[in-house]
Design a protein around this ligand. Structure first.
Ligand code: AGP
Length: 372
């Protein structure tokens, strides 16, 4: 009913709008006054965390994209190797797991069969499993050694939005927590990022306030057949997520690429007026990557692409090559997905609406996939 949707036409719009609160709620009580993390829920004994020599993340769909982003954060802040694998592939390839492997299973519903089977397999091999989950008491957290709940509240729309942002928050918390516990050389950076993270929900709110041009752009592209998404570093999984949202909602052909791969094949797809969304890394953090992506934008534009550029406020280098410029607030490099994903959600939702699709219940899809 309209009341359930809180005055919005679709649950998805309501859930996109709820993201600042979902992010803030997921951080609540987990950062103390001194800026230290208190993840009491992570009942895995400190000795196990100290001795763990590898992290393996398993998940499906959007949760898998959160895992791909988590890998950058975990490896950087903890110096532990981290693999991310589609849960549906994981147990069929005889993965190497033992008591020193920390497995993280990410699932909004906690009922995804592929993810459940992956975690059962991991536990049979002696690995410890931490679930990141949005649904209290669901099967995946019940069968895990520990659980860090995301506090997104119920997500009704099939396309995951607020659950994704809170999965990212939970992954950052785990990465920063492990980094702090294991005492890497990034202590100062970790403290600074915890501070930025504690304020990030305001930045998400600011992004939401500037989405009208994104909606207008989406409507103008309603008759296109294909949209490509490019990103690099943590922007690469964001590009994958943007493409997944568009497939699910707008039923358009959409693909995400790592920008560095362009020359290895995908650039052959570029043609006159093809919309290409580019997620630009911060010019501050990894400036080399920033410069490389700016030349990618030039290359595709020279071949006729219509460039839709998502870039930090103050990033002037992209201006001459952007047919459409979407601004996001400056954030620490690794946290950028929390703000860069939001315009892609709005874009896909508006395109679906413009094409007359059922936003909350896309064809052929179920909210949780409880069969293999
Ligand atoms: C995302 O928009 C999806 N509908 C889908 O990919 C989803 O993220 C996936 O099925 C995993 O679900 P889960 O988080 O409930 O395990």
């Amino acid at each position: 009913s309209a009341a359930e949707k809180g005055g919005y036409d679709y649950f998805m719009l309501k859930e996109i709008a709820e993201q600042p609160k979902a992010v803030a709620d997921t951080l609540l009580g987990r950062i103390d006054a001194e800026g230290s993390l208190t993840l009491d829920e992570v009942r895995i004994p400190a000795s196990v965390l100290r001795e763990a020599d590898k992290v393996v993340i398993v998940a499906c769909g959007t949760a898998f994209h959160a895992g791909l982003i988590a890998k950058y954060a975990i490896e950087h802040w903890t110096r532990m190797p981290c693999e991310v694998e589609l849960a549906s592939e994981f147990r069929y390839r005889d993965p190497i797991l033992d008591r020193r492997t920390l497995v993280i299973a990410i699932s909004q519903s906690g009922e995804t069969m592929d993810t459940l089977m992956a975690l059962r397999h991991a536990r049979e091999q002696g690995a410890k499993v931490l679930a990141i989950c949005n649904t209290n008491g669901s099967t995946i957290p019940r069968e895990s050694d520990a659980v860090l709940y995301t506090h997104a509240g119920p997500e009704v729309a099939v396309a995951s939005t607020k659950a994704f942002l809170t999965q990212l928050v939970a992954c950052y918390l785990v990465a920063l927590y492990l980094g702090q516990r294991r005492g890497t050389k990034w202590g100062d950076e970790i403290r600074a990022v915890i501070r930025d993270l504690s304020r990030i929900s305001c930045e998400v709110e600011r992004v939401l306030e500037t989405m009208e041009p994104v909606r207008a752009l989406a409507r103008s592209l309603k008759d296109k057949r294909t949209v490509l998404f490019l990103g690099r570093h943590v922007g690469y999984p964001v590009a994958l997520e943007g493409a997944l949202k568009l497939k699910e909602l707008a039923y358009m052909h959409a693909e995400g690429f790592a920008a560095g791969e362009l020359k290895h094949g995908p650039i052959a797809l570029i043609e006159e007026d093809l919309p290409v969304v580019v997620v630009v890394p911060s010019p501050r953090g990894r400036s080399v990557l920033h410069d490389k992506i700016v030349s990618n934008i030039q290359e595709i534009r020279a071949r006729g692409a219509r460039t839709i550029v998502i870039a930090e406020e103050g990033d002037d280098a992209v201006v001459p090559y952007a047919d459409h410029l979407i601004r996001i607030p400056a954030t620490p490099t690794l946290l950028q997905p929390l703000v860069s994903t939001v315009p892609l959600q709005v874009f896909a939702c508006e395109l679906a609406t413009a094409r007359g699709n059922e936003v909350d219940q896309p064809r052929n899809l179920a909210k949780s996939v409880t069969v293999e």
